[in-house]
Design a protein around this ligand. Structure first.
Ligand code: GLC
Length: 441
């Protein structure tokens, strides 16, 4: 066997998650959930959301604000009941401009900059003589004491804006809305994007009890039948991206050490779109160091630029089914200035991307099995797992691998279905607002 093949074989051994490992991870995950619920030490924060399943009768027109770390999006949404809704207007912008004109998520940005920018995106959808109840999907770990208050515990996804950690997000938003002269926009609810995805899917499909994001970040929420606070059913945001009882490789350790917050978000660093491109780069770099990837000094330079590969590039690597892998050759040349890649280089990159992507889907599925075992040990009920995010939606075979892993572990006769729920953060925020208003009256 050639040295490259031996290395790739070794890589496959390290990155393949066996059925036994799936079972073991699920058990550890379930235990971490229990510890988190009891307030014992756990890598799972188990954050209460103060909202439960929708009645599916929620109706009305609401503003939905979606802040996930890449863009700010605002929707004016009318809920019509039983899964139906109309989006009347949309607005939004990226939080950072590629040309570098502005960046609201860097260390230099302050809370006021960021929230003024957010409020300015809301303004075009608002008429001065009308009242607009607003639901806010804020996709970071927040400590909630009610449906409309939430303190940011800490940033994730490498966001660094100062003066937001430890602050109540609704208060920051309220002040910015006042500064932008929008007193008629009334925040009513703040939710995580996983909670939004769960709500949006459950609005249509009552079997939904898990909501998850497989995109730039990764996280899951589920309906806890007996929440610690209220002893009633409540959606809990696991912040599962922070789960850390996992089979780490030396590549995972390196990525973690070089990240903004070493030791944190260990699962997210193995599975999410923000990190898997970087993992592929780190692995390719190590093959290059061993003289196993051809190419010139230009290859070396590109390979040593952190985060040059994104989740979308992984999809691109996995999509090219041409014999010569021309699309990949074109990508390497046009985007990374590598003009001299060989077919073997391109096939090697595909192999690495495939191993990393399958590992991601299988690890995520293992955590779902942990949750399902917690809520329904015999798995006797129907369950829908609602999932949103670019990886789940776009990465070739990603969604299929999740479902196959669930079937492999639970048996395909069990009625556990994973399904794409688009725009869950937007629609979910509107549903949470309707629930908040209903609870007030
Ligand atoms: C990160 C955030 C989490 C969010 C996820 C998906 O993991 O900490 O709150 O749900 O990204 O956006």
């Amino acid at each position: 066997m050639s040295k490259l093949l031996t290395q790739l074989h070794e890589l496959a051994t390290q990155l393949t998650i066996s059925p036994e490992q799936i079972g073991a991870i699920a058990v550890k995950f379930q235990q971490a959930m229990k510890n988190g619920l009891l307030g014992s030490p756990s890598s799972l924060k188990m954050l209460p959301s103060y909202v439960s399943k929708p009645s599916r009768k929620e109706i009305g027109t609401f503003l939905a604000l979606d802040f996930g770390g890449t863009n700010v999006r605002v929707l004016l949404t009318e809920l019509l009941g039983e899964g139906k809704y109309v989006v009347h207007a949309r607005a939004g912008k990226p939080l950072k401009q590629k040309e570098g004109q502005y960046n609201h998520i860097s260390k230099q940005a302050t809370a006021d900059h960021l929230f003024d920018f957010i409020a300015k995106q809301i303004a075009p959808l608002v008429k001065p003589d009308q009242i607009y109840p607003l639901g806010h999907t804020f996709s970071f770990p927040t400590d909630q004491r009610g449906l409309n208050t939430g303190t940011l515990i800490h940033w994730t996804k490498e966001i660094e804006t100062t003066g937001v950690e430890g602050k109540d997000i609704t208060t920051l938003l309220r002040s910015a809305l006042d500064r932008q002269n929008l007193p008629n926009v009334i925040p009513k609810a703040i939710i995580n994007d996983t909670v939004g995805t769960l709500l949006a899917s459950a609005y249509e499909d009552p079997f939904t009890d898990i909501g998850s994001i497989c995109g730039t970040g990764h996280n899951t929420a589920y309906i806890e039948p007996c929440a610690p606070d209220t002893k009633m059913p409540m959606i809990i945001n696991l912040e599962s991206g922070n789960f850390d009882q996992l089979p780490f490789t030396a590549y995972d350790a390196l990525l973690d050490q070089q990240s903004e917050k070493p030791g944190e978000q260990r699962l997210e660093k193995m599975v999410s779109g923000h990190y898997i491109g970087e993992l592929v780069r780190i692995i390719a770099c190590s093959l290059f160091d061993d003289g196993l990837l051809a190419g010139s000094t230009s290859t070396r330079k590109i390979l040593t630029t952190p985060y040059i590969l994104h989740g979308a590039h992984i999809s691109l690597l996995l999509e090219d089914d041409s014999e010569k892998k021309e699309q990949i050759a074109h990508f390497l040349e046009s985007k990374l200035s590598i003009a001299d890649s060989t077919l073997e280089d391109r096939q090697t990159l595909i192999k690495i991307a495939s191993l990393v992507s399958i590992r991601s889907a299988r690890l995520v599925a293992a955590t779902y099995i942990g949750i399902l075992t917690h809520i329904d040990p015999d798995c006797s009920q129907n369950h829908t797992i609602a999932i949103d995010g670019s990886l789940y939606e776009k990465a070739p075979n990603y969604a299929k691998t999740i479902q196959m892993t669930l079937d492999e572990e639970l048996g395909s006769k069990k009625k556990v279905t994973s399904t794409l729920t688009k725009d869950g953060s937007g629609i979910g925020a509107a549903i949470a607002t309707a629930i908040a208003i209903h609870t007030e009256s």
